[in-house]
Design a protein around this ligand. Sequence first.
Ligand code: BTX
Length: 322
Amino acid sequence: SKYKSSILKLLHQNREQYLSGQRIAEQLSISRTAVWKTIEMLKSQGFQVRSVHNKGYQLTGYPDEWDQDMMQLVTQQSDFFKQRFVYKEVSSTQTVAKEKMLEITEPFIVISEIQTKGRGRFNRQWNSMGEKGLWMTLVLSTEVPLHKIMTFNLFLSLAIARTIRTVGGVDAKVKWPNDIYIDDRKCCGFLTEISGDASAIHHIICGIGINLNHEIQDFPVELQQKATSIKAATGQSVNRYVFLEKLLSELEIAYHQFLTEEFSAIKEEYKYYSNMWDRRLRYTEGRNTIEGQAIDILDDGRLVVRSDDGVIHQFISADIEI
Ligand code: BTX
């Protein structure tokens, strides 16, 4: 229906209260019958709309599957990401993004309900179950000097952790260099790939996977001791649209900060929210594995670890077992 997006927008923005049919009709200059019909249609598409006599309508629930119109609405809140592509199923949003990137020069996002070949670093699998999480790739086209890129993940981690804390109401910790943990379990991982030449980066292709509404049993057995979602940690489901809306605004802020500031500007905050201190962990980079304690993060983003034999190591990107 031609009124779906505009009515949805009003209901979504006013979801804390009731909106009378009269007011909706007046604001959009349409008939009350058109309002009523559209609301019936929204309900048939999985939106829950409460209607109370003398008060009006309130949006109380959203469809389980990503809804295209709702997605457009949420992702257009900011005009930073100029284009958005929402799919029901793709192999990986990274792959789709890299194809699109050849023709698009402004920041854009790719989201899919399901990924059949979601992947992590080093071609590891990323479990991307439909309707439970957020599987998204951001493409940022900009000239970034090579030496700066290592700190991108650190700015980004804080933005994601902040979103999980505000929307999920749960303590989210950053795990260097590219995961977010809740209660020592992985809740989010992201993957930053770049394209460019020897002197500068032209595109950042960043894939983010966040577990939102999984029960622990939803994960494959091998992940059930290691993974979590906001819902599994708090018992409360997360409204995926509200989460995405907040995340995009946090990502935009973090990206701007990454471009204009040094890591030292957020270093204290990063260290504060990090889950690596004061514990002995196993660090692997390439063929090299050591056990020891993290002691610092340098201004360029490198992690400093003191191994059990007292030797100091610096990592650019390590796997850390929690
Ligand atoms: P990573 O290599 O650090 O983590 C991958 C490892 O995490 C796996 O080997 C497995 O042990 C564990 N794992 C797999 N799936 C999950 C899950 N859903 N929750 C918790 N742990 C899991 C991290 O790589 C980067 C992941 C990026 C995923 C996004 S989703 C959108 C985009 N598209 C795509 O194909 N990848 C990115």
